[in-house]
Design a protein around this ligand. Structure first.
Ligand code: C5P
Length: 243
């Protein structure tokens, strides 16, 4: 395992060179960070659960025609993905006010937004991932005009699909973060969904009780984060070999 060349170590994942050119292995750690890594900890078993949840979501998104980097899960903590050139944006989709938008705009957490909102943040740890406008993205050429159209269209489709998927297991999809990457075919490039989708980067509330089933349990010192992640996986039918 350790003979592979490590390409990058992030806050929650390690990337290794994959077995074939153009592939990468994503290793899911139990490490958790918040507030731009000012708060650090571990959530036991998180890597195993996020690997499974992300596999499940990416597989189902592929079924509805969303192109993704996911190839296959390799083992408990690793998945094989396509190597992409990461677009340096975090794409946040919000259905209900929570977290930074609630704070920034003085909206009560839990208030339904008038309609779904997409926000863009520059992926830059040193700057603390500042929010940027499409004007900035175009001016600094972080993504092209056509790429932004594809990103927004995919973000909305992912939101529609996931809102329904989670509603079916009595979970409200409050908001989530996506990342996209480019793959090249000669001179031509296209944008595909990358990174992961898991309770680390979604807000998931129980529909009936509003109980938080996501990383806010860690961010806000609520406790019970292991159980919350497991509960999401259980409702998705991913424990005990079901799927
Ligand atoms: O903190 P904020 O309210 O802006 O987060 C919006 C959504 O994006 C949340 O679901 C959060 O988990 C996710 N997010 C993330 N990584 C970040 C910032 C936010 O996954 N660096």
């Amino acid at each position: 395992m350790s003979r592979r060349r490590q390409i990058y170590e992030g806050k929650a994942k390690i990337l290794y060179e994959g077995p074939e050119p153009g592939t990468i292995i994503q290793y899911f750690k139990d490490d958790a960070t918040a507030f731009n890594a000012q708060k650090k900890g571990t959530i036991n078993g998180k890597g195993v659960i996020n690997n499974r949840i992300s596999e499940h979501v990416f597989t189902r998104l592929a079924h509805i025609g969303i192109p993704t980097h996911f190839i296959r899960r390799l083992n408990m903590r690793e998945q094989l993905v396509r190597q992409v050139e990461i677009i340096p944006l975090e794409v946040v989709v919000r259905n209900v006010a929570a977290g930074s938008i609630a704070k920034r705009l003085g909206i009560e957490e839990g208030e339904m937004l008038p309609h779904t909102i997409i926000e863009y943040y520059l992926k830059d740890d040193a700057l603390g991932d500042p929010m940027v406008a499409e004007e900035h993205i175009a001016a600094f050429n972080w993504a092209g005009h056509d790429e932004m159209q594809d990103i927004a269209a995919m973000a909305i489709r992912v939101n529609d699909f996931m809102s329904g998927m989670f509603a079916a297991i009595n979970i409200r999809l409050i908001d989530f973060k996506l990342e996209f990457g480019r793959i090249y075919d000669g001179d031509y490039s296209r944008v595909i969904l990358a990174d992961e989708i898991s309770p680390d980067n979604c807000r998931l509330w129980d529909f009936t009780t509003n109980e938080k089933l996501d990383k806010d349990r860690f961010r806000r010192d609520l406790g019970g984060e292991e159980e919350a992640y497991q509960e999401v996986a259980r409702r998705m039918g991913l424990l005990n070999g079901e799927d």
